[in-house]
Design a protein. Structure first.
Length: 157
């Protein structure tokens, strides 16, 4: 019985030829693909990662790529599609963030000065280093449950 092969084992036969061919393709086209990725995305740091991702996708379909008339053109097409997907994802994310913050108003009618002063005075009245028995419970914007939770029944000493 033959031992299972691992990814670190060198390929044999036809697979070795394909791996050698891909290594040569990678060495020849990686820099050009990274430059194209930089031109498409405008991101110098992400361009090399995008080129590497495109080459990884090519490796998974290397039998189809090596049979193509122009493998470099095929690689540029894969890279362009990946760049388009990343740009669209970034635009969607930017829209989500914009919509999220558009729903939140930063303006208020003014601070509740009396409540702030009351809380500060109550905190000043606490003994210094009073230990874990002291706590400050701030009102929440979420509705209260009808049955109190164990930690809601504690009082400030």
């Amino acid at each position: 019985m033959k031992a299972p092969t691992h990814q670190t084992d060198p390929p044999t036969g036809v697979a070795a030829d394909a791996a050698a061919e891909f290594r040569a393709f990678f060495g020849q086209h990686h820099a050009a693909l990274a430059r194209l990725a930089h031109l498409l995305t405008g991101d110098a740091d992400g361009a090399d990662n995008l080129a590497a991702d495109a080459l990884l996708a090519l490796w998974h379909r290397w039998d189809r790529v090596r049979a193509a008339d122009h493998p470099a053109a095929y690689a540029r097409g894969v890279l362009a599609n990946m760049a388009r997907s990343r740009i669209r994802g970034a635009v969607r994310e930017r829209r989500r963030v914009t919509l999220f913050w558009a729903g939140h108003s930063e303006q208020t009618d003014g601070p509740d000065v009396a409540a702030v002063v009351d809380v500060r005075e109550a905190l000043r009245a606490l003994p210094f280093r009073s230990g874990p028995a002291s706590c400050c419970v701030m009102p929440s914007t979420t509705p209260r449950r009808t049955s109190p939770r164990p930690w809601e029944s504690r009082w400030v000493r």
